[in-house]
Design a protein around this ligand. Sequence first.
Ligand code: DDQ
Ligand code: CA
Length: 273
Amino acid sequence: HYRKISALIFFILVVCLVVFFSNSSRKEGAFRSDVPSNQLYTVEVINEFPHDPDAFTQGLLYAENDTLFESTGMNGASSVRKVTLQTGKVKAIQRMPYSDFGEGLTLLGDRLIQVTWRQSTGYIYDRHNLSKFEKFRHGMPDGWGLATDGKVLFGSDGSSTLYQIDPQTMKVVKKQIVNYQGDEVHRLNELEYVYDEVWANVWMTDCIARISHRDGSVLGWILLHNLREGLLHNLKKQIDVLNGIAWDRDGDRLFVTGKWWPKLYEIKLHPLK
Ligand code: DDQ
Ligand code: CA
């Protein structure tokens, strides 16, 4: 009798596990095995630059003249900074109060716009001296990524929703569920507007999703696991996830880095053969 019950419990457990794993693989577009190869890209490293290994990178953007702006997170270590591409040197920094956890960052005209993690608030800074203009509330439950096409702000909150925010009122004007062939893509993190698409780091993966802001569909996946492998090779200090995409529109250069990564990479995409 006892043996029968334990066999039954074992059987139920196996069924649960099978259902759980088939469900999770169905939902996570990033891990499907039936992705057409013309939607997959690998990256070639064109250049390596130093990056502050104490920067818990949450937002990254290219301004001009080899200058990047970066937002960093962690309570007590959050900041907005202006960084020289070639040296990784911090040229100017605005530190945030301990209570603030810096997240996504974007540049619209002279205004550097940053969201914070859990307060549904953000800050606007003067791009020239990083002085604070104002604090605002955004309509997202959480603040993760931020980008702009020059007209609207694109925002993410760690879910599968891509938000569009009016930069004048800071109100959410549109929400889209990001999906890959109908399956939701969760944990959207740092964002960048590139080639009229919205690119998103998927949190805790070495993947970037190329999202259409027209309908939220994922057009392709960029696979960047080779960067982590390169970093782990000669590592002195702990690193965290891939995070931070920047695009130099005029020079058509792409940059990526990660949280506490000692390097920032200029990359080139190649379709997977
Ligand atoms: N996020 O960037 C993915 C939105 C948050 C990452 C936070 C990871 C570190 C947590 C440390 C907790 C300190 C409050
Ligand atoms: Ca970015």
